[in-house]
Ligand binder design. Structure first.
Ligand SMILES: [Zn+2]
Length: 183
């Protein structure tokens, strides 16, 4: 595993243990070249997913990329890494279990927003502002409406795990899934 700090390839595992929910093995690693310490996770991947971007371009689903965008939204927020981990795992599992080989980037964005909504309001607004671009003022008002409703809900359901938010994802605009194999 390449060192994220210096790029060295010779990193060593110092410690391995299951994550809190036992859905992953976390390994603490150290880089002998620069002394950098970091953690890696080993997880089940149920299936290969392809992401269909707005442009129509298709790329393999990248859990790390998903995690980075969630972490960016949660930067400096008081949320434990384990909860972020659970959120990202929950989103990933939901995407994997749709039964479709392809998932739109919109659907991922919606899933992240659903997850963040239950986890941290500030992160939710941050993510949504980037994701939606606030193209219209109406979007923003809608968002504030969601937040108000979410706060009211959260008051009663604090123990509910946001990672497996049972809240159905808003139906995304119908995915254009070209059945191009025939042509
Ligand atoms: Zn290093």
């Amino acid at each position: 595993m390449r060192c994220p700090y210096c790029g060295g390839l010779d990193t060593q595992v110092k410690d391995s243990r299951p994550s809190d929910d036992s859905s992953a093995i976390r390994r603490r690693r150290i880089c002998p070249d620069c002394g950098g310490r970091f953690t890696t996770f080993e997880r089940v991947q149920l299936r290969e997913l392809i992401v269909v971007k707005r442009s129509g371009r298709k790329v393999p689903f990248d859990r790390d990329k998903l995690q980075r965008s969630v972490e960016t939204a949660l930067r400096k927020r008081p949320v434990e890494p384990e909860r972020i981990e659970r959120l990202v795992s929950g989103i990933t599992r939901r995407l994997e279990s749709t039964g479709e080989a392809e998932v739109t980037s919109e659907a991922i964005g919606e899933a992240v927003m659903e997850g963040l909504k239950g986890l941290d309001d500030v992160a939710y607004v941050r993510f949504a502002s980037v994701y939606k671009n606030f193209r219209e003022a109406r979007d923003f008002e809608e968002l504030l409406g969601h937040l108000a409703a979410g706060a009211a809900q959260a008051a009663g359901a604090d123990e509910a795990s946001p990672a497996d938010a049972s809240v159905p994802i808003d139906p995304a605009p119908p995915a254009r899934r070209p059945r191009s194999r025939a042509s």
